[in-house]
Design a protein around this ligand. Structure first.
Ligand SMILES: NC(=O)c1ccc[n+]([C@@H]2O[C@H](COP(=O)([O-])OP(=O)(O)OC[C@H]3O[C@@H](n4cnc5c(N)ncnc54)[C@H](O)[C@@H]3O)[C@@H](O)[C@H]2O)c1
Length: 452
């Protein structure tokens, strides 16, 4: 059987610059003011230590809000290590304060190349976690490939380390995981696909699917921060512009309705007839991407799907059109097509803006290299909304540890009582009270006898 000493990482992390810690600490404290639900959980965790004895690896966007989640998990007794879930989403000052002021190992540097990104994931695996937390399932998918002995399918940085483990150590890696939390829609989709293929070797809690997560974080959080990222990157005025939003799911609704609120004319593209109908009844234009392409001034993909905007669409766009993505992976825009079509690419005409000049002389602008624009060019979701997502993360972690013997290797929902607790506490912190059912109303809702 593997021993901890043989496979744990030797360092306390890999961050850009520890001298950024003070600025980072101020931002973490600023975010904390808007995270009262998580704060209350942290205070209880500090007393009760429900995560004591657990090694935890969390692969998340390293933001000020994530730092407050990390403090909560640490207060609960977890032996925690963090790595980035996206090469562009790390806030280097926050990474620095986590290491320097909070003593939490962090492996994340904004703008890290792919090799570094996966070397950091390898560090999270070497921590030999009992609990994992993912935003997009990159950590768990590496674990599963290793457990399946499919080392050719993992990045060379992970492969190099995993190849040095004995078969027993590789099995122990996944065998030691009690539960795995997943933060986002794309991650849940990947994990359900693993379950369907019969390769999911650990229990997963779909935190994204908690109502207090995706109703608010995906809609209001992504909605506001995506627009924020676009404005910070471009200083563009949205009023009067044609904005094309691809995907009218939870995130797409948030983005589209906020763009409309700022005076844009919004066109939605969809593949799901119900969501397309919803967009139409919300008063938005709905068109196929081929028809929207020549009309848009700004394109935003939020589908979780691949190659939603492709070469033929880029070719039809107006001079000066801007294109970006707020879905989890940078595959929604077929940027290879654009690179092939362009006679020149002027990188960094502004921070987070690359200019592609096509053969026909038109200039197209790609924001944030096609990665999540809200995290690449802005600071991600506001703390107030991450308060709920991360409260659900912390409580789901506690619940999964308590119920570890009952959890089989599939994707589980967050229990309804966790969702209701988070919502009730959030309402309380907002000074909002609601009605309770009377006995008569309870009986009425449970009976069938009374009609017209
Ligand atoms: N930027 C962020 O911070 C952030 C936050 C939360 C979620 N996400 C990510 O955003 C993506 C969307 O998440 P969601 O919760 O809105 O998912 P969702 O499933 O609710 O919505 C996705 C929508 O895209 C549509 N779609 C799929 N393929 C399409 C295509 N080719 N053209 C047009 N529409 C298409 C689907 O029909 C669906 O309605 C995911 O990748 C998710 O992980 C990002």
């Amino acid at each position: 059987m593997a021993t901890v000493a043989t496979i744990r990482p030797p360092t306390i992390g890999d961050v850009l610059d520890l001298s950024l810690a003070e600025a980072g600490r101020k931002r973490v404290e600023w975010a904390e003011r808007d995270m009262p639900v998580l704060r209350a959980i942290r205070e209880r965790f500090a007393r009760e230590k429900p995560l004591a004895g657990m090694r935890m690896s969390a692969c998340l966007h390293i933001t000020a809000e994530t730092a407050n989640l990390a403090r909560t998990l640490r207060a609960g007794g977890a032996d925690l290590l963090l790595c980035a879930s996206n090469p562009l989403s790390t806030q280097d000052d926050v990474a620095a304060t986590l290491v320097k002021d909070f003593g939490i190992p962090v492996f994340a540097i904004k703008g890290e190349d792919e090799d570094t990104y996966y070397r950091h994931i390898a560090a999270a695996l070497r921590h030999r976690p009992n609990v994992t937390m993912d935003d997009g399932a990159d950590l768990v998918s590496a674990l599963i490939f290793i457990a399946l002995d499919r080392l050719d399918d993992v990045h060379p940085e992970v492969r190099e380390w995993a190849a040095g483990l004995s078969p027993a150590e590789r099995q122990a890696l996944v065998g030691d995981v009690v539960a795995s939390m997943e933060e986002t829609t794309t991650g849940v989709i990947r994990l359900r696909a693993m379950e369907k293929d019969g390769v999911l070797r650990l229990p997963v809690i779909a935190v994204n699917d908690a109502q207090t997560k995706h109703f608010f974080d995906n809609r209001y959080g992504t909605g506001q921060s995506t627009i924020d990222g676009i404005i910070r990157a471009t200083d563009a005025l949205l009023a009067g512009r044609q904005v094309v939003v691809c995907g009218y799911g939870w995130c797409g609704k948030g983005v589209a309705l906020r763009a409309r609120g700022m005076g844009a004319h919004v066109i939605v593209t969809e593949v799901d007839p119900i969501r397309a109908l919803e967009a139409a009844m919300d008063g938005l234009q709905v068109k196929p991407i081929a028809e929207a392409a020549p009309l848009g001034d700004l394109f935003i993909t939020v589908t979780g799907n691949i190659h939603v905007i492709r070469g033929e669409h880029f070719a039809a766009m107006k001079d000066g059109a801007m294109v970006c993505n707020s879905g989890h992976f940078n595959v929604e825009l077929a940027l290879d097509d654009l690179a092939r079509m362009a006679k020149t690419c002027n990188e960094g005409v502004r921070e987070f803006v690359d200019e592609y000049v096509l053969e026909n002389g038109r200039r197209l602008y790609v924001l944030g290299e096609g990665r999540l624009i809200n995290l690449a060019a802005a600071h991600g979701h506001p703390a107030s909304v991450m308060d709920m997502s991360f409260a659900a993360q912390a409580l789901a972690t506690e619940w999964s540890i308590k119920n570890r013997d009952k959890l089989d290797n599939r994707v589980h929902d967050v229990p309804k009582e966790v969702d209701e607790f988070v919502a009730s506490l959030k309402l309380q912190t907002m000074g909002i009270s609601i009605d309770t059912l009377t006995e008569e109303q309870k009986n009425y809702l449970e009976s069938w006898e009374m009609g017209t």
